[in-house]
Design a binder for this molecule. Structure first.
Ligand SMILES: C[S@@+](CC[C@H](N)C(=O)[O-])C[C@H]1O[C@@H](n2cnc3c(N)ncnc32)[C@H](O)[C@@H]1O
Length: 354
């Protein structure tokens, strides 16, 4: 039976208009943050007049009025007798790290390039990436993005995965590993944390050469050169062997960077590198495994970034797709552990199928 909708036509039209004006409201709120107006209103719970806001944030009354009226229409601020204060929504825009990290990522990395989402889908390449350079994918160039885009990209990436690292390390330690291959190890954050947590563990970071340079610097700064090694490789070179002999092969937010075909080929090559005792541990935020609608909303709406900006062919997973790729690669899912970190990640532990 068809699902019945309970929304009235008038409310549905308003929701549609919120989408039509979403880029405008986004830029209004971002500008208010940039000018310190959100912080100002957060401090002044009693509210401020338009003139006080204009004066304290060093903009014209005209500018303040434009921003505040838009913010009022979007329920970001409230107004009583000429005094403006932050609403609950405004409070989250000012104080919530998940909201702020996503806003920075969407503004500095995605905003201009998403204009080309339609072309990116048609041409199956990240046409939006042209705002940064004539590049096929974003990954080899992360280190040379403009400073604000680079910071926003790494903050976004780390915000999600970092929070799941400590609990994941505790789960991995239960297998008593001596050696770990950290595929897509990026700036070395996970390997540094694992090496500091466990004195007997040796790790190898596999990533693109540009990332390996950043990781090497961080490993040196943390004095871990004797226990963390490096393996620069473009994993899309499907002729290249994945290094063998590791107890755990770790992939955090990695396999979502590839098309279905490439992901299955990569997982197949990883399986070929494993012996019977090795385990592949994949950490991913799966949008169908979230307890809160806010978290699945963030994960699902990260996918258009992959299309227009990253590589034109990958996306965030739900469990059905990820588990299907794993099985097609000849791996068996031994265990899944949900709810690790914020926007919780799922840890999928796999072994070679017999
Ligand atoms: C989304 S980041 C995840 C980083 C880290 N594992 C984490 O959980 O925060 C994906 C990583 O995969 C790496 N990567 C992307 N394409 C790659 C390729 N073709 N070969 C090797 N590494 C690649 C990127 O350089 C980046 O470090």
């Amino acid at each position: 039976m068809k699902k019945r909708e309970s929304i009235s036509a008038l409310d549905a039209q308003l929701e549609a208009l919120k989408i039509a004006f979403a880029p405008v409201i986004f830029q209004v709120v971002r500008t208010m943050r940039e000018f310190g107006i959100l912080t100002l209103l957060d401090k002044h719970k009693e509210g401020l007049t338009l003139e006080e806001i204009a004066q304290k944030s060093d903009i014209s009354s005209y500018g303040a009025k434009i921003l505040l009226e838009s913010a009022l229409s979007a329920s970001v601020v409230l107004e009583d007798e000429g005094r403006y204060r932050l609403s609950k929504i405004g409070y989250f825009l000012e104080n919530d790290t998940m909201v702020k990290t996503n806003m920075e990522f969407n503004h500095h990395v995605n905003y201009k390039g998403l204009f080309e989402l339609d072309k990116s889908i048609k041409e199956q390449r990240p046409v939006g990436l042209e705002v940064f350079g004539e590049w096929d994918t974003i990954y080899p160039h992360l280190g040379v993005l403009p400073p604000k885009a680079k910071k926003a990209w790494f903050d976004f990436d780390h915000f999600y995965s970092d929070s799941a690292f400590d609990s994941s390390i505790e789960k991995l330690k239960a297998f008593n590993p001596q050696t770990v291959l950290d595929i897509g190890g990026n700036t070395g954050k996970f390997s540094i944390r694992f090496a500091k947590n466990s004195e007997n563990i040796n790790l190898t970071i596999l990533d693109l050469p540009g990332q390996i340079e950043m990781a090497q610097k961080n490993i040196r700064e943390n004095g871990l050169e004797d226990r963390v090694n490096f393996f620069p490789l473009d994993i899309l070179n499907h002729e290249a062997e994945i290094p063998k002999g590791f107890d755990i092969i770790w992939m955090s937010q990695f396999i979502d960077c590839f098309s279905k075909e490439d992901a299955i080929k990569i997982l197949t090559r990883v399986r070929e590198s494993m012996d019977e005792n090795a385990r592949l541990c994949i950490l991913e935020p799966l949008w169908d495994k979230q307890r809160f609608k806010s978290a699945s909303y963030c994960i699902i709406n990260t996918s258009p970034y992959f299309t227009a900006m990253a590589n034109g062919c990958s996306k965030m997973f739900n469990s059905t797709d990820l588990f299907d790729y794993i099985r097609r690669a000849g791996l068996e899912i031994e265990e899944t552990i949900d709810n690790l970190g914020v926007s919780p990640h799922t840890l999928v532990k796999c072994k070679k199928s017999l």
